[in-house]
Design a protein around this ligand. Structure first.
Ligand SMILES: Cc1cc2nc3c(=O)[nH]c(=O)nc-3n(C[C@H](O)[C@H](O)[C@H](O)COP(=O)(O)OP(=O)(O)OC[C@H]3O[C@@H](n4cnc5c(N)ncnc54)[C@H](O)[C@@H]3O)c2cc1C
Length: 315
């Protein structure tokens, strides 16, 4: 791994190991990785490259064990948070966890659901992250977004994002839009009420989700809604297929909840894909329900992995 801090002083590395930059702790080597510190640095990279792979905290992204050929841009160092009254402006790489704590410190309510979310703000907006009946789009006023097609920065309103359950225009067009920063409106409230909610949310997470000591990418599948409007738990469907504890290579379904896949022992993207496919296929066979995957992918995958993801792709 050689540091090549040449281009406009942007920190960059060749043959960069991404193991510590994804919450699955999976090994994947990027041909080149950039750590951008601000909007200008990020946008300038698009003058050099047609395509870039944007990586936030890597908490929802399966990297390829074969590596990533596109230059990877890691946003974590672009992390300013500024508050003015009840308006919060946040750069893309800011940690969701830190954002939640800063809002609490300033008696601002709305970001309690971000506590314990191992994400960056940009990733959370792209995925419309949510929990405890709140989601990031509930509080978003506007955002600065780089449009790689038009090669310019746009000001997006909330409506421009076309948000829906764990989805946005950014997720739908992965190579087109890059979230640079976003502005939110929160509400001044009694600090003790915010604290109470944050503690409740933390306790709930501890009960139903694996800690990152068991490396994972969060929920694998969205909870499906049947044509009659009934909502089901994807984890419950996987459990009913008897798959808790099912393993392929180093990856396996968590013993405590069927919607999490853990890297138990140096798993590869092929192991992870095999387990996810087994869950998908078993639920389809037993219940005639096609689960929709929440996880996104970066890199070039083997033919057999691609085949499985193609079958599982819904939108
Ligand atoms: C233990 C655990 C618990 C979780 N709990 C929840 C939960 O409760 N609710 C929930 O919704 N999710 C949850 N997740 C999933 C994940 O944290 C979210 O999807 C999160 O929003 C991803 O953010 P990230 O910064 O890690 O994005 P990454 O995983 O790095 O990237 C995800 C996608 O967003 C894109 N992206 C990242 N940053 C930008 C940007 N600035 N502009 C454009 N695109 C960008 C990437 O290219 C990629 O396509 C959980 C994950 C884990 C591991």
């Amino acid at each position: 791994m050689n540091c090549t801090c040449s281009r406009s002083n942007i920190e960059s590395y060749e043959n960069f190991e991404l193991k510590n930059f994804n919450t699955l702790k999976m090994s994947s080597v990027a041909d080149v990785a950039y750590f951008v510190k601000n909007e200008a640095q990020l946008c300038s990279l698009f003058e050099k490259y047609e395509k870039l792979a944007i990586l936030g905290a890597g908490s929802n992204v399966l990297l390829s064990s074969l590596g990533v050929r596109e230059p990877v841009v890691i946003t974590k160092k672009m992390s300013e948070i500024s508050l003015r009254k009840n308006i919060v402006e946040v750069e893309a790489g800011a940690s969701a966890q830190k954002l939640s704590v800063e809002a609490f410190k300033n008696s601002l309510c709305g970001f309690e659901f971000l506590i314990g979310l191992p994400a960056t703000l940009g990733g959370a907006v792209a995925m419309n992250a949510g929990a405890h009946e709140q989601c990031i789009s509930d509080f978003l006023l506007s955002a600065r977004v780089y449009d790689t097609k038009e090669k310019k920065v746009l000001n997006f309103t909330k409506e421009d994002f076309n948000f829906s359950y764990r989805n946005s225009i950014v997720k739908q067009n992965p190579q087109r839009y890059v979230v640079l920063s976003a502005k939110f409106e929160l509400e001044k409230t009694d600090k003790s009420l915010i604290q109470e909610k944050m503690e409740k949310n933390t306790a709930f997470r501890k009960k139903v989700q694996p800690s990152l000591a068991l490396p994972n990418l969060g929920s694998v599948f969205k909870n499906p809604t049947l044509p009659n409007g009934e909502k089901l738990s994807a984890g419950m469907l996987v459990d009913k297929c008897g798959l808790k504890g099912y393993r392929s290579g180093g990856a396996g379904v968590w013993e405590n909840h069927g919607n999490f896949v853990i890297n138990y022992d140096n798993c590869s993207s092929n192991d992870y894909t095999n387990v996810v496919y087994k869950m998908y296929d078993s639920v389809r066979e037993k219940f005639d329900i096609e689960l929709e995957c929440e996880i996104v992918r970066l890199g070039e995958f083997s033919e057999s992995e691609e085949e499985k993801w193609k079958i599982m792709k819904k939108d």
